[in-house]
Design a protein around this ligand. Structure first.
Ligand SMILES: [Mn+2]
Length: 254
């Protein structure tokens, strides 16, 4: 079974479409699963949600999806949040409208698949117990163990941290799939992961170049305000080291 895992498009349709065109060049994919954080932050929140729904790709619900639902419902209880974030989420929620907000609300916390000869494969946004907690690649082994055991997964995949990596945890594999919009590691390109699952787990991280001019133009057309800092951060490397060689296929188990 071959599954592509994508995550965190954050309303960036240009980056999502660049990743989709790379996915369409892959052979023998059985399924594409989405790790959440679909809409908040980018210039085309509605279009990103529509693209994923139209393709029938199942998604989990990220923390920023919950955030948009709360903003739309008027139930947000977080007075300490920066005003700019509230303004941006209010703009996104307005662009989404009630039907897409209901779709975000309906998303599950986890997606599970049973794979022959391997066992359960689970995708969550951040951890099995929270779609917000941050588990970095070098997290203590106790945390990595808890991730795997709470999900009961042979392979536990997550998004949220915007950097792809993989590690073995006992008899299981823990991995983060990378982000479509904005990597937090030294490679600023979009990242996603392909799993080849059977008696072994083979992981391929793919990095995809996103057309700069089109991406910036989408921000400018949207009318959303984009600080100089945020504009630069779209294309600049992040602080974390790159953990996996793009394109390399790593067989992790058994
Ligand atoms: Mn997130």
């Amino acid at each position: 079974m071959r599954i592509a895992l994508i995550s965190d498009p954050h309303g960036d349709l240009v980056a999502l479409l660049a990743v989709i065109s790379d996915i369409e060049r892959q052979r023998d994919l059985d399924e594409v699963l989405v790790g959440g954080d679909l809409a908040q932050g980018g210039p085309q929140p509605g279009e990103v949600v529509d693209e994923i729904r139209r393709r029938g790709w199942p998604s989990v619900r990220g923390n920023s999806d919950d955030f948009l639902v709360q903003v739309a419902d008027g139930t947000l209880r977080a007075p300490e949040l920066p005003e700019g974030l509230i303004t941006s989420a209010t703009w996104s929620a307005g662009r989404l409208g009630a039907d897409r907000i209901d779709y975000l609300r309906s998303l599950p916390i986890a997606i599970e698949r049973d794979v022959d000869r391997l066992g359960r494969v689970v995708l969550v946004h951040a951890t099995p117990w929270s779609n917000e907690e941050v588990v970095l690649p070098d997290a203590e082994s106790e945390i990595a163990q808890r991730m795997v055991s709470e999900s009961g997964a042979r392979v536990l995949a997550y998004g949220h941290i915007h950097t792809p990596y993989q590690r073995r945890v006992g008899d299981s594999v823990l991995l983060s799939v990378g982000a479509i919009a904005g990597s937090n590691d030294a490679d600023p390109r979009s990242a996603y992961t392909i799993l080849d699952l059977g008696a072994t787990v083979a992981v391929e991280v793919r990095r995809v170049d996103c057309p700069k001019v089109a991406r910036l133009a989408a921000y400018e057309r949207s009318g959303m305000s984009l600080s100089d800092q945020r504009r630069a951060s779209l294309f600049e490397p992040g602080a974390l080291p790159v953990r996996s060689r793009p394109g390399a296929v790593i067989t992790l188990w058994p």
